[in-house]
Design a protein around this ligand. Structure first.
Ligand SMILES: *[C@@H]1O[C@H](CO)[C@@H](O)[C@H](O)[C@H]1NC(C)=O
Ligand SMILES: *[C@@H]1O[C@H](CO)[C@@H](O)[C@H](O)[C@H]1NC(C)=O
Ligand SMILES: *[C@@H]1O[C@H](CO)[C@@H](O)[C@H](O)[C@H]1NC(C)=O
Ligand SMILES: *[C@@H]1O[C@H](CO)[C@@H](O)[C@H](O)[C@H]1NC(C)=O
Ligand SMILES: *[C@@H]1O[C@H](CO)[C@@H](O)[C@H](O)[C@H]1NC(C)=O
Ligand SMILES: *[C@@H]1O[C@H](CO)[C@@H](O)[C@H](O)[C@H]1NC(C)=O
Ligand SMILES: *[C@@H]1O[C@H](CO)[C@@H](O)[C@H](O)[C@H]1NC(C)=O
Ligand SMILES: *[C@@H]1O[C@H](CO)[C@@H](O)[C@H](O)[C@H]1NC(C)=O
Ligand SMILES: *[C@@H]1O[C@H](CO)[C@@H](O)[C@H](O)[C@H]1NC(C)=O
Ligand SMILES: *[C@@H]1O[C@H](CO)[C@@H](O)[C@H](O)[C@H]1NC(C)=O
Ligand SMILES: *[C@@H]1O[C@H](CO)[C@@H](O)[C@H](O)[C@H]1NC(C)=O
Length: 868
């Protein structure tokens, strides 16, 4: 797809060919006379034995396993020697299933003459030892994807012949060592996907041989140096996914060699100045998506005539006018993403007709005019026109013989989906969700003509029976929020590749088909919520492959099928609002990946623990068993072993590759939860941040188990409407992330522990209908509550209640002074509270970075990012 990329690949490929050729020549040579030097052989043999070889079931060539003690070590897999001296000069053990740390005394460091070392894609966890600096003749060092962590050792600066350094996809932290400024032969520096931080290292400016710098997906920040002209050989400058800010130095655009510039997902702002670029600019790829650019797109962009890939999505033109003709000079464009420019311009799509190479076009969020007689020659493969105010099915697509991805979701298209669409020979991904379609033109099997269809998203339309027959190739079918009725069509069971089936929010009735067992090996997402399905849950219908199961809001009865125990990948289980009965499914503890468990509003009963076996939910984030008939006293240690809620597990923010994402049917789970007295829906990765326990509306007795204080990451805790008694444990103050606490309608007594006044994020609380007494804790979060939060307790006193506690007036005055100081901060918190209560979408355009100053800022930013 990308010329320079594939060119590079070819270059690398030919390099490998040369290398492997030369090693086979060496092998030939070695047959003649034993090359291997004993000291080198010993070192290799010991090195081999430092690692445990294990591939985790994945196919990998275990090179070191093939080494034979009695043969010439220069002929061993992955080893090459200098034919004259017998010294090992190359050790290439990529993806060889090596497990174990690389110790500083490793015999590897006795291979002093290595010029090329590749240990990438092995599981060499631990720190990278300083001794690596001893291998002073290294030209190529590849340690990508090895699980290294810690700082990058400064001894790398001693490898003065180094031309290629690859440390990408590890856990390296901290700043780059200054000593790297000595690597003056360095040509490629790959550091992508680590946790490196600090400013752009200025010592790199001394390395004029650099052709590639890849810092993608790290935590670098600050401005780029303004004078980049010393990178006179730079071809690829890849900084996507960091926190760089300020303006992009125009000197970068003036580097004559620069071909690839990816600065997307940073915090760069304008003005964007392309400098005095001449027509020779060789820039082919420019990606600036998701930065903080404001105002008009500079016209001078039309000078970058070599561009074939341009991504400006989410550039904020401030509802301004965009002159789309500035892109017409870019005759080589293959990829153009202008989505969500926040413009009020209406554009006639025919303006892009002259771009004769255009294969990928994304104009989402722009008001489009598409004439029904439009002739549009560009050879489109991918077309994304989501939220473009389109009212008619774009007829010009009829001639798009190589179109394989079509997204015209979130428009106002009515009527039937045209029959010809399914004749497009390459069509694989179709998203026509959020329109007003009511049917498919042609016979019921019309879609089956589309022999390559993989994904079909028709959700949120007015589709009615008959339910279409789908082609065997279908992997993802999303049909929620339509008007299909009757039984779930059994024809679905014939789709032997089906991975995702979403039929929520229709009028299906009858039972869950037993024939789903035919999909036993493929189905991973099954969502049938909010229909009128009844009967018991057939245990045959559960695929062992399930990751996500949602059958909430039906009339299902009987027990939860125990065959779920075989779904070891299950992450999401929601059966709320049914009539499922039986005791608590203790066997769920055997599902190691369970993150979300919602049993709300069913007829479950009995205790939720077993005296013999402890519940360990290592990954559970949302536990909602409210509105059932559970009973019993919760053991004091009930919540031990709920690791995901008790320690900060960094949510691995999977940053979806925008194109890979196209292949994977990025369907999101959603979950409704009650927090702060409001119902809200969390969609997508939003819920992964939320850690919630809701056991309300049951008949739990006894005291609140102390172990709840272990769940330090908890954000919402609802234990209301039970018969808990005794005191509120003061250790609840350990839940420093808590934002919503509901203990109302129990039989709790004693005072509200004053320590709870320290919970600065606790924006909403309810203690009403208990037997609490004594003063309400001091702390602004408490004083700002509505009085109803404390109502119907016999002996509570103090602000915000009318009842004073007697003799504490002075203290209150002092508090007021303090209050004023804290006011700013509190405004922020209540603002956050308000926002969290609303539809998250509303805030996505907001820059909250400037408002939040507390140490929690990053945390909130994360929260908001994950919503948006
Ligand atoms: C392999 O050879 C090394 C010396 O090169 C020797 O120390 C070792 O014992 C040998 N191992 C086996 C299993 O023969
Ligand atoms: C290397 O050091 C480790 C401890 O750090 C030790 O256990 C091991 O025996 C040493 N190996 C050699 C070959 O000296
Ligand atoms: C790097 O070289 C410097 C100077 O030659 C030396 O002092 C230092 O010990 C070396 N570091 C390593 C790890 O080899
Ligand atoms: C660049 O190299 C020069 C000498 O070659 C040195 O004086 C300067 O400090 C280096 N700059 C950086 C940022 O390392
Ligand atoms: C940028 O650096 C180069 C080489 O170091 C120097 O020749 C040039 O004058 C500098 N340009 C500016 C604008 O500072
Ligand atoms: C660009 O060129 C103009 C005149 O051609 C000159 O005045 C200006 O300084 C140049 N800008 C840069 C950044 O080199
Ligand atoms: C789809 O697969 C079924 C069997 O699984 C087969 O009977 C049918 O002919 C296939 N349909 C097409 C169009 O290939
Ligand atoms: C549970 O469901 C079964 C099957 O629907 C029913 O026979 C039984 O009476 C139910 N039990 C309770 C306690 O509701
Ligand atoms: C889990 O799978 C095994 C093997 O397929 C099967 O024998 C067992 O009955 C299943 N367990 C349940 C509870 O369905
Ligand atoms: C289809 O488009 C809608 C609206 O743009 C989007 O929310 C949904 O995720 C898309 N479906 C798939 C499967 O990507
Ligand atoms: C609460 O935190 C304090 C101080 O960090 C600690 O001593 C105590 O053990 C914690 N309590 C519980 C129940 O975790």
């Amino acid at each position: 797809m990308f010329h320079s990329c594939s060119e590079r690949k070819i270059r690398i490929l030919s390099l490998y060919l040369i290398l492997s050729l030369s090693s086979s020549i060496l092998v030939l040579a070695s047959r003649v006379r034993h090359l291997c030097r004993p000291d080198q052989k010993d070192a290799l043999w010991e090195f081999k034995r430092e690692f445990y070889v294990h591939s985790n079931g994945i196919a990998a060539d275990k090179k070191t396993e093939m080494w034979k003690n009695k043969t010439d070590c220069c002929s061993w897999d992955g080893v090459s020697c200098n034919p004259k001296t017998g010294q090992v000069v190359e050790l290439l053990l990529r993806d060889s299933s090596l497990n174990g740390p690389l110790r500083s005394n490793s015999s590897l460091f006795r291979l002093q003459h290595l010029r090329s070392l590749d240990l990438s894609a092995n599981n060499i966890s631990g720190i990278l030892p300083d001794s690596i600096g001893n291998l002073k003749y290294l030209r190529v060092l590849s340690l990508g994807d090895c699980n290294f962590f810690g700082n990058i050792t400064s001894s790398l600066g001693n490898l003065s012949y180094l031309t290629n350094l690859d440390l990408s996809t590890n856990g390296f932290t901290g700043e780059l060592p200054d000593s790297m400024g000595n690597l003056n032969q360095l040509s490629e520096l790959h550091l992508k996907s680590n946790k490196l931080s600090g400013n752009f290292p200025s010592m790199l400016l001394n390395l004029s041989e650099l052709t590639l710098i890849d810092f993608g997906f790290n935590q670098f920040e600050g401005m780029l140096p303004s004078n980049m002209s010393r990178f006179s050989n730079l071809v690829s400058f890849l900084m996507v996914g960091n926190s760089f800010s300020g303006s992009i130095p125009s000197s970068l655009f003036m580097l004559p060699s620069l071909g690839v510039l990816t600065l997307g997902r940073n915090e760069f702002s304008g003005p964007l100045d392309f400098g005095n670029i001449t027509t020779q600019s060789s820039l082919g790829i420019l990606s600036l998506l998701e930065n903080n650019f404001n105002g008009p797109i500079p016209r001078s962009i039309s000078k970058l005539v070599g561009l074939f890939y341009l991504d400006l999505s989410l550039w904020n033109t401030g509802r301004g006018v965009v002159d789309f003709s500035i892109f017409l000079h870019l005759k080589s464009l293959y990829f153009l993403d202008l989505s969500y420019l926040n413009t009020r311009s209406m554009v006639d799509i025919s303006i892009f007709s002259p771009l004769m190479s255009l294969g990928y076009l994304d104009l989402s969020g722009i008001n489009l005019k598409i004439s029904s007689t439009l002739h549009f020659p560009p050879p489109l493969e991918i077309l994304v026109l989501s939220s473009c105010n389109i009212a008619e099915f774009p007829k010009f697509l009829r001639k798009k013989a190589i179109l394989y991805y079509l997204d015209i979701s979130a428009n106002q298209i009515k009527g039937q989906v045209p029959e010809w669409l399914w004749r497009l020979p390459e069509l694989q991904y179709v998203n026509i969700s959020q329109n007003s379609f009511h049917g498919f033109e042609g016979s019921v099997d019309v879609i089956q003509r589309s022999g390559k269809l993989i994904l079909l998203d028709i959700s949120s339309n007015n589709f009615q029976d008959p339910f279409p027959l789908l082609p065997n190739s279908t992997k993802f079918f999303l049909g929620s929020d339509n008007r299909y009725s009757g039984e779930i069509p059994r024809t679905i069971c014939k789709l032997v590749s089906l991975d995702t089936l979403v039929l929520s929010n229709n009028n299906f009735n009858g039972s869950i088909p037993r024939c789903f067992e035919n999909l036993n090996t493929t189905l991973s997402v099954l969502h049938l919520r909010d229909n009128s399905l009844s009967g018991t849950f057939p245990k045959e219908s559960i695929s062992d492959n399930l990751r996500s199961l949602d059958v909430g809001g039906n009339w299902l009865s009987g027990k939860l099928p125990e065959s779920l125990i075989n779904c070891t990948r299950l992450e999401f289980l929601n059966v709320e609002d049914n009539r499922i009965n039986g005791t608590f499914p203790l066997w769920l503890r055997l599902l190691p990946n369970l993150q979300i468990l919602v049993l709300r509003s069913n007829e479950f009963h009995g205790p939720i623990f077993s005296p013999t076996e402890s519940l360990n939910f290592p990954k559970l984030r949302i536990f909602d068993i409210s509105e059932n008939r559970f009973t019993g006293v919760l053991p004091i240690d009930y919540f031990t072993g709920w690791s995901a809620m008790s320690s900060f597990v960094d949510v691995v923010e999977h940053i979806p590759d925008r194109y890979a994402g196209r292949d994977s049917g990025n369907y999101h789970n959603s979950v409704t939860m009650t927090a702060k007295g409001l119902k809200m829906e969390l969609v997508g990765s939003g819920y992964t941040i939320y850690k919630t326990i809701d056991v309300s509306g049951n008949r739990f007795e006894g005291e609140i188990p102390e172990s709840i204080a272990l769940l330090k990451e908890l954000i919402v805790l609802n234990m209301s409407n039970n018969v808990f008694k005794g005191r509120i444990p003061s250790s609840l103050s350990n839940l420093t992330n808590l934002q919503s606490l509901d203990l109302s309608r129990n039989r709790l007594s004693g005072e509200i522990p004053s320590e709870l006044g320290k919970l600065t994020f606790l924006a909403w609380m309810n203690f009403s209908y208990n037997k609490l007494e004594g003063p309400i804790p001091q702390g602004t979060q408490f004083q700002s509550q509505d009085t109803s939060s404390f109502a119907e307790n016999p002996g509570l006193c103090g602000v915000p209640l009318q009842e004073t506690c007697g003799g504490k007036e002075e203290a209150t005055n002092q508090e007021e002074d303090e209050d004023e100081e804290k006011e700013d901060k509190d405004q922020v918190f209540s603002w956050i509270a308000a926002v969290i209560g609303y539809v998250p979408g509303l805030v996505c355009g907001f820059t909250i970075a400037h408002i939040l100053t507390s140490y929690k800022r990053d945390w909130f930013l994360k929260l908001f990012r994950s919503f948006c």
